[in-house]
Design a protein around this ligand. Structure first.
Ligand code: ATP
Ligand code: MG
Length: 560
């Protein structure tokens, strides 16, 4: 064993042990096998990272294989989305493969099973077959078609493939053991009739192989050494091996299936089928809605590839299922954006601030550092004048000693600017403040080195210059579900826990430097959080999505 074994996760240890036992390193090969029936989600990131990181660690190829055996649910749109998501994460597959590439071989192998008396065509209804399956504690009963001779089965199977029978009228079943304690061994269906065009094979086929029959054989054809899947496939492992052991072997080793725990994230669901339901119900706008736990949704929300990779690596590879707290995901993106995102100023809930002793009509440019964590990011100049916007929440007419924002008769600093003191307010007939008047100390400019500039004031608030501010649409999000594990309730459906208030849209005033940001640019709105320009954002219609606040606020108030 290598001396680093302690730091390896259990899958890496399995691979190391195989190498130690003589398996040739040059024959290691992994794969990520998505079904193109939806977009990838955060759970898939774990499986992707696991396989591609193994490839990297052991210098072995990793295939991307589409498990495309159900044309009723699959499409080329999903294939393309899956490819671009994996590339966006920063991984590159060795070969792009499709289970449908193997339809001829799978068909020939099925004929081989028939000729060996290990498969038969069954014409019973699926209900009847289900009843005959028995229960885990009670043996099943044999199908009346179980002993049909090979010749007849071969002919019927060919007729199925030739389109001579209706959908649902016949299936091909492996003949294994109707009394097996493993229910999957009770003569599983391996082919069904499906008169649907396939996105790759068109109308060549009207029978399609089932998952269990396809998966192991596809791994085998590709020379996969370690076929990694989630724990729910553990009972399938014996069947995977049974199928392979009953075929005339190819000239290479058999793959080894091993299982790891799926990733579950709190306050969401990670299942393509359930996510598709949210779209169908119009709870979200699509697969890339920024509230979705899909890779495309997280990307639109402002998550970076690095943050997602760090997240799944921190969550780790284990044998036991658990639910990872969504705050870990947020921690990872905050940590990454802290070093990457430029600091800018935006006011989400603006109120006018007038500096009464500032010269009328004058504008000066104040220097602001782009990222104090990274001096190489440089600085920019921000226009400043008599009339500004500040955050309505940053002012109180009267406040106690612990209030460090703007109030009447006390000083605060305007970020990158001057020290001001609140003087008076103007209100409308309803009593809402429409303008705050203050004075400034002309000698207190940030960074000027003057004595006044070094005077300590308790608070600093952000602002934007009214005349040059740009209105921007800002999308604020909350969790999609009000329950920590919405799909783990026996009595209720996950859709019963949808949070109806997960989306809010406001108009903010932002500094003018943001007007030309390209979609997908991460920034930190100072004191507020990380935001990203939306896919649909343009310089005429700026749109920002809130990625995450600056601190973990979930623990405190249960919302973000
Ligand atoms: P879904 O229920 O979302 O459709 P799936 O398992 O059916 O998930 P596939 O496209 O078949 O989706 O999965 C491709 C690979 O990703 C499989 O190896 C699967 O085990 C893995 N995977 C899917 N969901 C998760 C998850 N939540 N955590 C870790 N791996 C996952
Ligand atoms: Mg699946």
């Amino acid at each position: 064993m290598s001396e680093h074994t302690e730091s390896l996760h259990f899958i890496e240890q399995i691979v190391e042990a195989d190498l130690d036992a003589g398996f040739s390193a040059g024959k290691l090969r992994f794969r990520f096998p998505p079904e193109p029936n939806g977009y990838l989600h955060i759970g898939h990131v774990k499986a992707i990272a696991l396989n591609f990181n193994l490839g990297q660690r052991f210098n072995a190829p990793v295939n991307l294989r589409f498990d495309d055996t159900n044309p009723a649910k699959e499409s080329i749109e999903y294939v393309n989305a899956i490819k671009s998501d994996i590339q966006w994460l920063g991984y590159q597959w060795a070969e792009e493969r499709y289970a449908s590439d193997y339809f001829d071989q799978l068909f020939a192998w099925a004929q081989e099973l028939i000729s060996k008396g290990l498969a038969y065509v069954d014409s019973q209804s699926s209900e009847d077959m289900a009843i005959q399956k028995g229960t885990p504690t009670q043996a099943g009963t044999n199908s009346p078609f179980r002993d049909t001779d090979s010749e007849t089965n071969m002919k019927l199977f060919q007729e199925m493939a030739d389109g001579k029978h209706e959908e649902g009228s016949l299936v091909l079943r492996a003949k294994i053991d109707m009394a097996s304690p493993n229910m999957l061994f009770r003569d599983p269906v391996i082919y069904r009739i499906l008169k649907k065009a396939h996105h790759r094979t068109g109308s060549t086929w009207c029978i399609y192989p089932m998952y269990d029959w396809t998966h192991g054989e596809s791994d085998y054809i590709e020379g996969i050494s370690h076929s990694l899947c989630t724990l729910e496939f553990k009972p399938h492992r014996d069947l995977y091996e049974w199928f392979l052991s009953n075929l005339t072997p190819l000239d290479h080793h058999y793959p080894k299936q091993r299982e790891f725990a799926r990733l579950n994230l709190s306050y969401t669901v990670t299942s393509k089928r359930k996510l598709a339901k949210l779209i169908e119900m119009n709870v979200v706008s699509g697969w890339d809605d920024p509230r979705m736990p899909t890779i495309s949704g997280l990307r639109r929300r402002g998550y970076t590839p690095q943050s997602l990779r760090n997240f799944v690596e921190t969550a780790g590879i284990s044998k036991r299922e658990n639910i990872i707290d969504a705050s870990l995901l947020e921690f990872c993106v905050r940590e990454d954006l802290n070093t990457k995102a430029s600091r800018v100023m935006a006011v989400l809930n603006p109120v006018k601030l007038v500096i009464i002793n500032y010269p009328e009509g004058a504008t000066e440019m104040l220097e602001a550092e782009n990222n104090p964590e990274d001096p190489s990011k440089g600085s920019r100049l921000m226009p400043f004048s008599k009339n500004l916007f500040i955050e309505r929440d940053d002012f109180k007419e009267e406040a106690n000693r612990k209030y460090f924002r703007l109030t009447l008769g006390k000083e605060v600093r305007l970020k990158n600017g001057y020290i001001i003191e609140g003087q008076s307010v103007i209100k409308d007939v309803e009593g809402t403040i429409t303008e705050i008047h203050c004075t400034y100390d002309p000698d207190s400019k940030s960074g000027s080195g003057s004595e006044a500039s070094q005077r300590k004031v308790k608070g600093t608030i952000h602002w934007v210059n009214q005349a040059t501010a740009v209105a921007a649409q800002v999308n604020l999000y909350d969790r999609l579900f009000s329950d920590e594990s919405p799909d783990r309730h026996k009595e209720q459906d996950f859709t019963d826990f949808i949070n109806e208030d997960s989306f809010k849209q406001i108009t903010a005033q932002v500094e003018p430097s943001l007007v030309n940001l390209t979609p997908g640019t991460n920034v930190q709105f100072q004191r507020l959080g990380y935001f990203v320009t939306d896919t649909d954002s343009t310089s005429d219609n700026l749109i920002f999505n809130k990625t995450v606040g600056l601190r973990d606020t979930w623990a405190k108030k249960g919302s973000n």
